[in-house]
Structure formats: C-alpha cells, structure tokens
Design a protein around this ligand. Structure first.
Ligand code: PEP
Ligand code: MN
Length: 337
C-alpha cells in the first residue's frame, strides 16, 4: 500500500500519517519528491484496516501495490536510484563500464588488465576470486589471494573493484578488499547470501538468475534492500532458453521492464549472455540503446589461455575498439562514457 500526500504537504501531516503506520508495528518508507511525498507501507497492511487514512489532512490518495516487492518497487520510490561505487555513480549521466577477467588468475594478469581497461575508458574493474563453476573440477578461483590483487589494482589505477561472493566466508573476506559485491546468477535466490550481502552496506551487483523472472529478480533485490541497504544494481546477463547458438539469450526487454517496475539501476552483461566474443559489440550497442545504465564486459590479456570464459572475453584492442564505437551512441542518448 502507498499513501500519496497532496503536493507540498506539510511535514506535520506527513509525520502524523507515519506515526499511525508505526503505531501498528508497520514500517513507513518515506520518499520525498520535489512536489509530492509518497509513503510506502511495509508489513501486514491488514493491520491498518480500521484506519481510514484518506480522511487525514493532506492525504491525496491510497494506492494498493499488488507486487510482493515493495522497497524495490517504482511505485514506492518514483525517483531513479543512483548507486555510488567508490567515486563512480551508477544510474546517473555516465554509462558505467565494468570490465576485467572472468577469474583473477595471477597478479600480473589482473594488473595488466586493470591498466588496459582504464586506458580504454572503463570505470570499474571486475574480477572473480570465487568462481561458481558448473564443473567441480574446473578452476575455482584464487579466493583471498585474488581479492588482494583486486585491492592492489585499485590502488594502482584508482578504479573501484567488484568481485563475486558465493558464501558467507567469501563476504567476510571480500568486505576487506572490494568496493562492490557481486551476487552471481547461480546465487540469485540464495536468500541467506542476499541478506548477508545486504548487511554489509556495500553496494551489491545482483545478476539475474539463469531462469528467473523479472518478478523473482526484484524480490531478490528486496531481500538486500530490506536489510537497510538500498545500493542495489541489477545486471541482466542472459536467460536460459531453447536456443543453443548463444550461451544464453540476452533478454533486452528486461531493461525497459525493470525501468518501468523499479527505481534500481540496471546494467547489461553481454559477455555471459552471448558466450561468443564476436557478438559482444552488437549486444552492447543494443543494451545502451535500450536504456541500460552500464555494461559489464569480460576482457583478458590472452583469451586463448584464460582459465575461464575465454571464448567470450575480449582482447584489450577489441575492448578499446568497443568503447570507441560506443562513444557516439552514448552521446546521442545524452550521456557520457
Ligand atoms: C561472472 O560474472 O563471472 C559470472 C559467473 O556471471 P554469471 O553469474 O552471470 O554467470
Ligand atoms: Mn565469466
């Protein structure tokens, strides 16, 4: 349920409504806009049945919210959310590019990549230190050693860093080294992990589950925000379909769908969607044109020797070529790279 106050409603009117909500043991989520303040009611709204809130001063209308997610819902929070990661803002005027290797393999590989992507215009360095691989025999990541290289790369380049976390132990280690936590597709509905990531207060990049609907994805975001952490960025990375020509199917419609249902920023990962290096540029262009707030692109000094996701990783030249070609499109949309 949301309560829309009349334009320019007085603070005392807003406070009165808030007090009624809180007296019933519910949470009032206040979203103060320039003109209109919206109060979202979180909790069992049947407890308000005996209250006719419409009679209170300066209450304009009461709107029922049918979706189960509230805090991630645009109806509760009409203004777009901007998420700060280090000195970078996602969801503002900058098309934020995250790039780096699928897995941190060694110090040299990561530092070389960090410098190369910075030179090509990337804003945030990505790198996996905990790799949730399909096969238990595949490279599983350098764990804390990998995180320490991420931190070093940030110190050398000034780029904020994001790393996937797959367990509580990984979260405990990662908070010491990184600027943003990533929850991967395979853990999108690991609700315990979502809550623990939310508690850290660090911004969280929440990837869409392999077969998750938009509704399930936004409910997953709700778990993080409900821990008092509003800094959630969504990442569309392709969903599982019958198609086998690509690793996944990039659901480009997720971008406008999320924009219409939620205030959270959304970026697109064309690398994991395509699984094929040659398709990454087209999908990046499509994502930017559809209104994404950023991109996540895998790069590697020598993709042919990569320990994971080599076939979809770009060389540094290919990445620089991509950012160069994105420039005019981003400008056309009134944003900057
Ligand atoms: C990744 O970003 O390296 C990754 C494993 O992605 P996803 O969770 O989308 O498969
Ligand atoms: Mn990968």
């Amino acid at each position: 349920m949301i309560i829309v106050m009349k334009p320019k409603a007085k603070q005392e009117s807003i406070d009165r409504v808030r007090a009624i909500i809180e007296e019933k043991g519910l949470y009032a989520h206040i979203s103060a806009g320039h003109e209109v303040t919206i109060i979202g009611v979180v909790g069992d709204k049947t407890k308000l049945m005996d209250q006719n809130l419409e009679i209170y001063d300066e209450v304009d209308k009461i709107v029922a919210v049918t979706e189960s997610y509230k805090l991630a819902n645009k109806k509760f929070h009409p203004e777009p959310t901007q998420v700060k990661v280090g000195n970078i803002t996602i969801g503002g005027d900058t098309m934020v590019i995250m790039s780096g290797p699928c897995a941190v393999e060694n110090r040299q590989q990561l530092l070389t990549t960090a410098h190369a992507i910075k030179k090509a215009g990337a804003h945030i360095l990505r790198g996996g230190a905990y790799k949730p691989r399909t096969s238990p025999y595949a490279f599983q990541g350098l764990e804390e050693e990998g995180l320490s290289y991420m931190k070093e790369a940030r110190e050398e380049t000034g780029l904020p860093v994001v790393c996937e976390v797959t367990s509580l132990d990984a979260i405990e280690s990662a908070v010491k080294y990184v600027d943003m936590l990533q929850i991967g597709a395979r853990n999108m509905q690991n609700f315990y992990l979502l809550k623990e990531a939310g508690k850290t207060g660090l911004p969280v990049l929440l990837k869409r589950g392999l077969s998750a609907t938009i509704d399930e994805w936004l409910n997953a975001a709700e778990y993080i925000i409900a821990e008092g952490n509003p800094n959630v960025v969504l990442c569309e990375r392709g969903i599982r379909t019958f198609e086998t020509a690509t690793r996944n199917t990039l659901d480009i419609s997720a971008v406008p769908a999320i924009k219409s249902k939620s205030h959270l920023p959304i970026i697109v990962d064309p690398s994991h969607a395509a699984g094929v290096r040659a398709y990454v540029k087209s999908l990046s262009m499509a994502a930017v044109a559809a209104g994404a707030d950023g991109l996540m692109i895998e790069t590697h000094p020598d993709p042919s020797t990569a320990l994971s996701d080599g076939p979809q990783s770009l060389t540094f030249d290919q990445f620089e070529n991509l950012t160069g070609e994105l420039g005019p499109l981003v400008k056309l949309l009134g944003k900057s790279l």
